[in-house]
Design a protein around this ligand. Sequence first.
Ligand SMILES: [Ca+2]
Length: 361
Amino acid sequence: MLFNLFSITHCNIAQFRQYAKMSNIKFNSSTNGQYKSLSTLLVSYAKDRKEPLKLCKPQVPTHLSPWFITGLTDAEGCFDFSISNSKTINTGFSVKPRFRITAHKRDIILLYMVKEYFNCGNISKIDVKDCLDYTVSDQNSIFNIIIPFFTNYPLRGTKHLDYLDWLKGLEIIKNKGHLTLEGLNEIKFIKANSNTERLFNNNINLHCNPNTPGYIPLDPNYISGFLTGDGYLSLITKIDSPSFGRIKIGFTQHQDNYLLLQSIKDFFNVSNLVISKVNDKAISLNCGSEDTIYNILLPFFEKYPIYGIKAITLIKLLKIRDLILSLRGSRKTTKWTPELKSQIISIWNDTSIQLKADATV
Ligand SMILES: [Ca+2]
């Protein structure tokens, strides 16, 4: 049923109704309350297709693991301050702390699940093409919900350093320091030196290093959240490629997150999961072994679920794996007949869930 729920932003109205019926999604015709932004987005989605859509309220699964959210945040989250001109504040600037998670609009349900989990914040369109933000910017929610959450379920990647700097800025705000020129400048300094502007030292990924006191064991749901945000799940579909049908699963990261990738590698403890250099700044963790992908990685992400559109990709890849194995029988290798290839392509392009068959989603 989860499967149907996640496809609602990819379907036409008739399919939407059908999914809603199958998934027992309740409809609600009011535009007020916390469902407004989702409803608005679904309406605009329907307008794109020139079909009417009644406002709807999907019942979002609420059993997300907190570690999933931490993994997703390490991948797609952002802790920063928005600083804008103000005529009413003496310094001339108003300062607002923000916690955000960004996703493609196809993954609106994923953001919606996070919003349900925290029970605060809003989902809105942003300037980046086809992207949406889940944003928490009211101080009450930041101090009482967001900070306690990341104290209990700490970030593991370089984003943890942005988070620590953000806390310093929040401390200034808490003491009303941001209303003075000195405090404002301190926050501007923090803003100018964190996130993409950060220069790194050696003290990174401290929660990932088993030889330091800051080490925190890796929870499997963290890996699922991180894959949902920053990982890739794909299939080689070029029909005349010698690698046709090969499934690829992995992560590409800035090299500063080396220890984070290393800890994921250590978690699975298989030798054919390797970290390699992509370019000057990027590294990747991936796997060249069909056996590991079929029998360890795919089942892992079935057990510790990923959500959003990648969850649909996972279902397709599991079907493709099962098809390949059933036709292989007792042979050691696959006979890539044209029939098999076309069956694989048709699973990959299955439009009954209206998913764009990107090679990498
Ligand atoms: Ca990222």
